[in-house]
Design a protein around this ligand. Structure first.
Ligand code: DX5
Ligand code: ZN
Length: 218
């Protein structure tokens, strides 16, 4: 929790102008890449072939968020193509700790995500196995949904536990993050913020990133 990171989600970018839109977020820390398989979530985006091109094109490192079944099978491939971080869902993983170790071994930051109804307490004893934990602040699947403020107590419990254990794990929030919500998430302990519509819905995405950074520090 040394600093604040803003990771724009390209789910809100123009999929046929991806290179143009990636060039508009040079002020980002990472680009958040949402992979959906139409099974774990009721929406479909793209797979490794597209992510490999994004990796080759992006001015900033990739933060891959896998909303897919059986990440044990698929997540290592995203680490192998060079993503800086690969986050899989706890609800979908068969052996989350084994998978996290594999991702680290390949050279990626290992991330685990929890949906709104999933408790975080089950992660407390294995915090050290992960480099980042993603607390979803919407039901995963779509951009542009409203921020679930009821997730903040869960985030705060996780942040307290991480502090208590002296953990360096990054705490990420994803869903409904905007200038009006980011300070509450930061105050509850988040240090890494995913924002889709708040960044790509703005006329100047890099200016929107700067605005989010300022608002998070309030
Ligand atoms: C939702 C995705 C998010 C999404 C966020 O399932 O995981 O990354 O792009 O979009 P906004 O910021 O518009 O809520
Ligand atoms: Zn996401």
């Amino acid at each position: 929790t040394d600093s604040i990171r803003i990771n724009p989600s390209i789910l809100a970018a123009d999929f046929v102008n991806m290179q143009r839109d990636l060039a508009r977020i040079a002020a980002a820390d990472f680009v958040h890449v949402d992979v959906m398989d139409n099974h774990f979530v009721p929406n479909l985006t793209f797979g490794p072939q597209m992510v490999e091109r994004i990796q080759a094109t992006s001015p900033v490192p990739l933060d891959v968020h896998l909303m897919i079944d059986d990440p044990d099978r698929w997540a290592p491939g995203y680490a192998e193509l060079g993503a800086a971080s690969v986050t899989f869902h706890l609800e979908a993983a068969h052996e989350p700790v084994v998978l996290a170790r594999r991702l680290r071994q390949i050279g990626a930051r290992a991330g685990v995500a929890v949906k709104p109804a999933t408790p975080v307490e089950q992660l407390f004893d294995v915090l050290d196995e992960f480099d980042q934990i993603l607390v979803m602040t919407v039901e995963p699947g779509f951009g542009g949904q409203g921020f679930m403020a009821e997730q903040l107590p869960k985030l705060r419990r996780l942040a307290d536990e991480a502090r208590r254990r002296g953990s360096a794990v990054w705490l990420q929030v994803d869903g409904g993050i905007a200038e009006s919500t980011i300070a509450r998430a930061a105050e509850a302990g988040a240090d890494t913020f995913v924002a889709g519509s708040a960044v790509f819905g703005a006329h100047d995405p890099d200016a929107a990133i700067a605005g989010l950074r300022l608002a998070a520090a309030q």
